[in-house]
Design a protein around this ligand. Structure first.
Ligand code: SAM
Length: 284
């Protein structure tokens, strides 16, 4: 692409909790640019102070993004170098910046994105749910009806689904997942990642619901990513009652692997069918 101007807009991710997650390159850029456009001046000031960086901050948030974008474009056209940061994680991922980036493309201004922290990807990487294909839905609508209908439309989504959720609605959202997608769908809650009380817990939706309810901190405090396992066409497994009885009895006293092995030997049945049966019927 031919850039018209010499100015550069850097997209700079910042930590999502643990300040050590800032990159060397991010610090260098935050030090070197002419100004930093940030979602929350107070928040970014704390970050800069921690790393002994002094720079000019201008506020850039969802309320002023439209008019501030024009001003930033003017500065970029003059050749200025600007860093865009949000309060946490990667700008534009449920954070301001989209209008500015669109305008940079329009005015042929160079954009340099830095890789860095993002709650969605960090949670996904540890979720134990398929990472080969996924969709990011961000925050679900706050209106109950809209939230439910969106979840319903995702019922047969085969890709892994990533949601952001606030502490105030996490319990309601899990309840809605149970109602619209199914109580047995495997979901993962990634709470407070990179922070002191980090926890990543996956189980059937109804078990997660009870787990959250067990401890007030889980629905009153903290930040959450919810990961929903994609829809799986359930294979019709034809196991006779005899096979199921043997397997169930063995499972009471033996590991899954041993139970599968012995049942398949006794009944000369396919091991994968037994594993599939276990996945469908056993609580994780
Ligand atoms: N731009 C950010 C990113 O790259 O992840 C997301 C900003 S969005 C306004 C804030 C939401 O991200 C939170 O409500 C929560 O769902 C998720 N989030 C951010 N930090 C988190 C963390 N440390 N642990 C779990 N979820 C987090």
């Amino acid at each position: 692409m031919n850039f018209k101007n010499t100015g550069i807009l850097y997209i700079v991710p910042t930590p999502i909790g643990n300040l050590s997650d800032i990159t060397y390159r991010a610090l260098k850029i935050l030090q070197e640019v002419d100004l930093i456009a940030c979602e929350n001046i107070k928040h970014t000031n704390i970050l800069l102070k921690h790393f002994n960086i002094k720079n000019i901050l201008i506020s850039f948030n969802k309320f002023n993004e439209f008019q501030k974008s024009d001003r930033l474009i003017q500065e970029l056209e003059k050749g200025k170098k600007i860093a865009l940061v949000s309060s946490a994680g990667t700008p534009l991922i449920n954070d301001p910046g989209y209008i500015l980036i669109k305008k940079c493309h329009l005015f042929k201004i160079q954009i340099i994105p830095l890789p860095g922290a993002c709650a969605a990807i960090t949670a996904l990487s540890a979720s134990g749910v398929s990472t080969s294909s996924f969709c990011y839905e961000g925050f679900l609508p706050s209106k109950k009806k809209l939230r439910r209908s969106l979840l319903n439309s995702l019922k047969k989504e085969k890709r892994t689904i990533i949601l952001y959720e606030s502490k105030y609605r996490v319990i309601e959202t899990v309840q809605d997942i149970i109602n619209e997608i199914g109580a047995n769908r495997h979901i993962v809650i990634a709470r407070e990642i990179t922070k002191k009380w980090e926890i990543i817990y996956g189980n059937k939706a109804h078990i997660i619901f009870n787990w959250i309810k067990e401890d007030q901190n889980r629905y009153n405090k903290g930040e959450n990513v919810i990961i929903i396992d994609g829809y799986k066409e359930s294979k019709n497994i034809n196991l006779s009652d005899k096979i199921i009885n043997t397997f169930t009895l063995l499972r009471k006293v033996l590991s899954l692997k041993q139970s599968v092995l012995i049942t398949s030997k006794i009944h000369k049945t396919n091991k994968n069918d037994l594993y599939q049966y276990a996945i469908q019927h056993e609580e994780k």
